[in-house]
Every structure is written in C-alpha cells, then in structure tokens.
Design a protein around this ligand. Structure first.
Ligand SMILES: CC(C)(COP(=O)(O)OP(=O)(O)OC[C@H]1O[C@@H](n2cnc3c(N)ncnc32)[C@H](O)[C@@H]1OP(=O)(O)O)[C@@H](O)C(=O)NCCC(=O)NCCS
Length: 191
C-alpha cells in the first residue's frame, strides 16, 4: 500500500506527457542538482556522504521540454580493479521504478567498465534484495571493528581491507547500522 506522497507522485508522473526520465552520464554542471537531491538523505543518514566527481554519477533526467531536471542519481566508486561500490542512490519520487532502473543502469556501466562485483552499503537492504542482490557475510565496518575475522573471497578481501581503513576513520563507525550487499556483473567469457 503506497503512502499519500507516493500516490501523488504516481499521479503527477502519469499526467506528465514527457515519458520516463532518461538515465545518462552526469556532467559537472549537474553536481549542484545531485547534491540537492542527496542532501536530505545524507542528513537523515539513509545515504552515506561521499566525495565523488561528476564522472562517477549516472543521473535520471527529465526530458528537456519538461525542464530537464535531475530526478534521480547513483554513483559508482571503485574499491579495486574488480569490485566497485554503488552508492549515492536517490530518486525524488519513490515508488515508480526509477530506483530499479538506476541500479540496472549502474550494473550495466560496472560490467562495461570491466568490474566483476558491485557492492552496496545501505540502510535499505530490502530494496537491493528486490533488485536480486545478495547479503554479504562480510563488511568493511565489521573488519574495521575487528568483528569480521573470517576470510572473504579473494576478489573481495583486498578491497574490503582498503575500505575498512576508511571506515576506521569514520565518526559513525561505532553506531554503523549499514548492511553490505553484493551482486555479480561479470560478463560470461567468450566461448
Ligand atoms: C531506495 C530508493 C532509491 C528506491 O527507489 P524507488 O524508485 O522507490 O524504487 P522502485 O520503485 O524501483 O522499487 C522497487 C521495489 O523495491 C521496493 N522498495 C523500494 N524502496 C524500498 C526500501 N527502502 N526497502 C524495501 N523495499 C523497497 C519497492 O516497494 C519495489 O517493490 P515491488 O517491485 O514489489 O513493487 C528510493 O526510495 C530513495 O531514493 N530513497 C531515499 C534514499 C535511499 O534510501 N537510498 C538508498 C541508500 S543506498
């Protein structure tokens, strides 16, 4: 059952003749709009603060005749040459499928860039599970707090250790309630 906000968003969306927003690479002039989209979610703790340049982002953009405004964003940040993190994900009208479209577009971009695994550190694990992702038995904050001594798969291990160093410096480490999820985007080897 949707909230009033979600139902209103759906109605507005249906009334818009411009069609669904396009998902495309962000450019530097998009950064203020991306920051504005993410700011309330960073303030609420749902999205982790990140320093990322425009080339890390994909945005969902309304058609030019519709103002061309940015209505969704997602960023990819490499942890290693094989593992990349999907983060800074938000949409301005939830419940319309745009979050899923952004995740799919980011997965495709990750595969095209040659990554094998995409990870997400999130307070919305249910959304990523709906996208077909798997919970990870490991996380960088558990490593930073020495709570994760089990060996991780070789592909993830070095990347987790590097990320754990950043977690160790995070003021939220002791109270971190994020969940790590992972999906494979490795392209099948050519026959
Ligand atoms: C999380 C977010 C990106 C999802 O985008 P969205 O456009 O609402 O997602 P979709 O419409 O594609 O939803 C796909 C499915 O996931 C479910 N879903 C959406 N958000 C969910 C959540 N937080 N927890 C569990 N399930 C969720 C939807 O109900 C839907 O299920 P259905 O297929 O059974 O209908 C969006 O709600 C958002 O911007 N949230 C605020 C920022 C945030 O929390 N970002 C994630 C941190 S990385």
């Amino acid at each position: 059952m949707g909230t009033l906000t979600t139902r209103t968003a759906r109605l507005v969306h249906r009334l818009k003749p411009a069609g669904p927003p396009r998902i495309e690479a962000a450019t530097t002039p998009d950064l203020p709009a991306i920051d504005a989209l993410l700011a309330p979610h960073i303030a609420s703790g749902r999205v982790l603060p990140r320093k990322a340049s425009a080339d890390a982002f994909l945005v969902a953009r309304q058609a030019p005749g519709h103002g061309g405004s940015i209505v969704g964003a997602v960023a990819l940040t490499a942890w290693s040459d094989r593992v990349v993190e999907l983060g800074s994900l938000a949409v301005d009208a939830p419940g319309l499928g745009l979050g899923t479209r952004l995740v799919r577009a980011a997965e495709e971009r990750a595969a095209a860039l040659g990554f094998d695994r995409v990870v997400a550190l999130t307070s919305s694990p249910g959304f990523f599970l709906r996208c077909g992702w798997q919970p990870s038995a490991h996380s960088p904050w558990a490593r930073a707090r020495a709570l994760d001594a089990d060996p991780a798969p070789p592909m993830l291990s070095a990347a987790l250790d590097r990320k754990a160093q950043a977690c160790a410096a995070c003021p939220r480490l002791a109270t971190c309630t994020q969940t790590m999820l992972v999906t494979s985007v490795a392209r099948a080897e050519a026959a």
